[in-house]
Design a binder for this molecule. Structure first.
Ligand code: ADP
Length: 605
């Protein structure tokens, strides 16, 4: 782990000054009142009576204040007004009262010193600490919200057990790129000899959870240099100019600690392109300008290397990306099959696992999962083992946890009617049968009609034998046919349709639409881009780049593609109707069947 070291705070001289003034005020105004309260006022006759009864121990006659302070044997202090009494001294002497000219001390000098000077300091100090802690907590991350403009970069000093490149699996290209920087930090002369300069900035680009932050930490761990980590959003401040100040402060700190690595996570928070904004945001713009200036400002030899991560590279300002600033771009993509297997193994090594686990199989099932997803799958598997009271994690645990990640937990007491269950069984077998009959689609791994908490009443898990980078038009069409297979089976068998296909419809439409607008797979449009994806790594929407007239045609083309595939699926199912019924009955009985069982029944004569 990395050890976090906080920057020492600046001396809070003002804070102490305020405390000091408060204590002065306290002593000047409050203490006399408190002291006053402890003196009991009595009348002169009571005083006389007490003297006669021998109750008075000491007395202090104050002519100036025209009063007598006296105490009894229990140390209680009284005061009385003085009247002209020529026999007073005689009487006091007679009663054995010791009377002096000094004021009677109400408490020992040490105690009163402690009470008036030390205690207030302690109390105010404690309150001050508690308040500043609270403020810091609210500001998040142990920062002091009152220190406007200071960069809150946390400094990590890599310890021996810090994150290393070996902990980050499956992103070999990215690691290679960063390993060069480690080498530079260790042997700068080698590079200087040739005249080679290190990139000032490295931009890590990729979908969320692929290990960008981890790579940055591993780089610091390998290079054994200080590591400043700050999130882009921390630069966005309420007051104009504060963000820029923070940037300046961060770079000043970094230069003092060089060689070091500065890591700015989510840099798109400040690095967004300045053009094309609807509203101007002066603060953000100033911060970005300051960052640009700072990056230009330092020499190559200072040894400060800036790393930044983003999952929205398209939104970054071009000025930030030009050589001399972030001149190296490292793509950290979703891991492929081998990568997934490696990541699973890295995380599995931290838990007790069954040595017979087939990680390739698990990795195959988790297609499209990011590093963070895979870490989560291992953890869910471990939790599953604990739940069942086992000490080791098995293959089944991991498979179950993939399903949990995909479809949510098993719903314990969901009650489906017989009729509904039968419809779901036909629906799922419809998908699987259409998939199996089209040679190009991936084999079915598992079919289940156990309801899940995500709302899925059943699902068919398909597993790709290998990762696919290119998909042909036929493959996409087959995929759409498979998606429509569920609804087609319902219609074929029951003659009516249900709401169960909404998710399939969504997915099929998305594929068909992309085929027309982005992959140029429609004869009428050809290779024309009709839509632009908004964010490469975050999924989400797309923007049409065509006229309303053309959009009408697009919609029509999409409908045609899906209708065609639906008809194809319907035909496949009606040709194999007996198999469909046999398989659906089997699934209805058993609720979960594996891919092998499915194929056995399908291929049996
Ligand atoms: P990002 O910054 O890209 O969003 P992180 O680096 O924060 O992702 O990764 C989140 C978590 O996912 C890490 O703490 C780690 O457990 C896991 N993880 C992600 N990618 C990998 C990888 N390539 N190898 C090992 N673990 C990974």
């Amino acid at each position: 782990m990395m050890n976090e070291i906080k920057e020492p705070r600046k001396p809070l001289i003002y804070y102490y000054l305020i405390v000091f003034l408060a204590i002065m005020l306290f002593n000047a105004l409050l203490m006399p009142i408190i002291a006053e309260r402890q003196i009991k006022e009595v009348d002169y006759s009571t005083f006389m009576q007490m003297v006669e009864e021998g109750k008075v121990d000491k007395a202090e006659v104050s002519e100036t204040e025209n009063s007598i302070l006296f105490s009894d044997h229990d140390e209680a202090v009284y005061r009385t007004g003085m009247i002209q009494d020529p026999d007073l001294i005689e009487r006091l002497t007679g009663a054995g009262v010791s009377f002096t000219g000094e004021i009677i001390q109400q408490a020992s000098p040490i105690l009163s010193f402690l009470l008036t000077w030390v205690l207030p300091f302690v109390i105010l100090g404690l309150i001050g600490r508690a308040v500043s802690k609270k403020v810091a907590q609210q500001a998040g991350g142990g920062k002091n919200a009152l220190s406007f403009g200071e960069s809150n970069a946390r400094v990590y000093v890599p310890s021996e057990e810090g994150i290393r490149f070996s902990d980050v699996a499956g992103v070999d290209e990215a690691k290679e790129s960063l390993a060069e920087i480690v080498d530079y930090l260790h042997n700068p002369e080698r590079y200087r000899e040739v005249g080679a300069k290190m990139p000032k900035g490295v931009l890590l680009v990729g979908p969320p959870g692929t290990g960008k932050t981890m790579l940055a930490k591993a780089l610091a761990g390998e290079a054994k240099v200080p590591f400043f980590s700050i999130s882009g959003s921390e630069f966005v401040q309420m007051f104009v100019g504060m963000g820029a100040h923070k940037v300046r402060d961060l770079f000043n700190q970094a230069k003092k600690k060089a060689p070091c690595i500065v890591f700015i996570d989510e840099i798109d928070a400040i690095g967004q392109s300045r053009s094309g904004r609807l509203s101007t945001n002066d603060e953000r713009e100033q911060t970005l300008n300051q960052l640009l200036t700072e990056m230009d400002g330092f020499e190559d030899s200072t040894g400060v290397i800036i790393l930044a991560a983003t999952n929205r590279p398209e939104s970054l300002d071009p000025a930030l990306l030009r050589p001399g600033r972030f001149d190296r771009r490292v793509n950290v993509e979703l891991p492929d099959l081998q990568g997934r297997e490696a990541i699973l193994k890295v995380h599995a090594s931290k838990v007790n696992t069954d040595p017979n686990i087939n990680y390739t199989q698990v990795a195959r099932m988790a297609s499209g999962a990011s590093g963070a997803d895979l870490a989560n799958i291992i953890n869910e598997g471990a939790l599953c083992a604990v739940r069942e009271g086992r000490k080791i994690v098995t293959q089944e645990d991991l498979e179950e946890s993939i399903e949990v990640v995909i479809a949510g937990q098993i719903k314990k007491n969901a009650i489906m009617t017989e009729k509904e269950k039968r419809i779901v069984a036909y629906h799922e077998i419809g998908h699987a049968l259409v998939a199996a009959e089209q040679t190009h689609t991936a084999p079915v791994q598992k079919i289940t009609i156990v309801p899940r908490t995500s709302g899925a009443l059943g699902y068919t898990m398909q597993v790709q034998e290998e990762d696919r980078y290119l998909l042909s038009k036929t493959e996409l069409e087959n995929h759409i046919a498979t998606l429509t297979g569920g609804r087609a089976a319902e219609e074929l068998i029951f003659g009516s349709i249900t709401t169960g296909a909404s998710n399939d419809i969504e997915k099929a439409t998305e594929i068909a639409r992309s085929m027309v607008t982005r992959y140029g797979m429609d004869e009428n449009f050809g290779m024309v881009a009709l839509e632009k994806q908004d964010s490469q790594y975050l999924g989400g929407g797309s923007t049409t780049t065509c006229s309303a007239e053309t959009q009408k045609h697009i919609d029509k083309a999409v409908v045609n593609i899906i209708r065609e595939q639906y008809d194809k699926a319907f035909n496949i199912l009606s040709e194999n109707r007996t198999k469909l019924e046999e398989l659906a009955d089997h699934l209805f009985e058993k609720e979960t069947i594996t891919g092998e069982e499915f194929m056995e029944i399908l291929e049996a004569e």
